[in-house]
Design a protein around this ligand. Sequence first.
Ligand SMILES: NC(=O)c1ccc[n+]([C@@H]2O[C@H](COP(=O)([O-])OP(=O)(O)OC[C@H]3O[C@@H](n4cnc5c(N)ncnc54)[C@H](OP(=O)(O)O)[C@@H]3O)[C@@H](O)[C@H]2O)c1
Length: 244
Amino acid sequence: MISFTADQRFIVTGASSGIGEGVALLLNELGATVIGIGRNEERLLAMKAKARFPENVFLEQKDLTEDVAGLPAYVKQLREKYGKFQGMAYCAGVAQVMPLRAVELADIHAIFAINYFAPVFMAKGFADRRNNNGGRSSMVFIASVAGVHCSPGMTSYSGSKGALIATMRSLAPELAPAGLRVNCVSPAFIETGMASDIERAYAEGKYPFGLGQVSDVANVVAFLLSEQARWITAQNYIIDCRGI
Ligand SMILES: NC(=O)c1ccc[n+]([C@@H]2O[C@H](COP(=O)([O-])OP(=O)(O)OC[C@H]3O[C@@H](n4cnc5c(N)ncnc54)[C@H](OP(=O)(O)O)[C@@H]3O)[C@@H](O)[C@H]2O)c1
């Protein structure tokens, strides 16, 4: 059974909504201390209010794109405030569906800022040995099935997620000598605030077991962050039931 102790601290980005909220609540339920990051204070507080052990949930309001180069220093500040980290679940992200003819450079920059640049620089901060627990620490990035199996209109989104998966595969062997594990979890359609009603209606019927739930992703993330996954690194876990 997966369990954590309160002195095992996890950074969870995107903790104010959807998958990140689910990951934060599950890690907390399993005994860990969670530092939940998001922009929306109201939703962060709502997440904490749902926690099984709210005394072990700490909230940080932050736009991760406002100073991407400064994110390693931000992780250092968090470590000074809370202590060293056992793991990080990078769950913040935005989606975009746009035909190529409408794509502008600024759109790609905006998507890459939160889906690719910010996780890379959060990873740089986490991987600094002064900020993590050394051997047995672990990072999980939420990528997307769209980073592997691509559909039309996903120029920026698929590009950002594919880049994240490729970078994870480079980071894993680079950080393995320090005892750090790095993996991606790539969900298909999960019912969260990110999905519009149109997208939800489009997706229904395509999945033999119905649309994915936040818990379907959160359980895999918690496993990968746990000691039970001690031999697993450099992997991209696709969470899907369509057999593609
Ligand atoms: N839902 C799906 O079907 C699905 C499928 C595959 C992959 N994913 C991936 O899973 C991740 C989470 O998606 P979700 O469905 O849980 O979406 P969501 O419910 O919309 O949550 C997105 C989270 O990202 C945070 N965020 C966005 N921009 C941010 C910024 N600039 N700075 C800090 N935080 C920011 C949001 O914080 P605030 O709300 O506080 O701003 C929110 O907590 C994303 O990377 C997404 O690409 C989702």
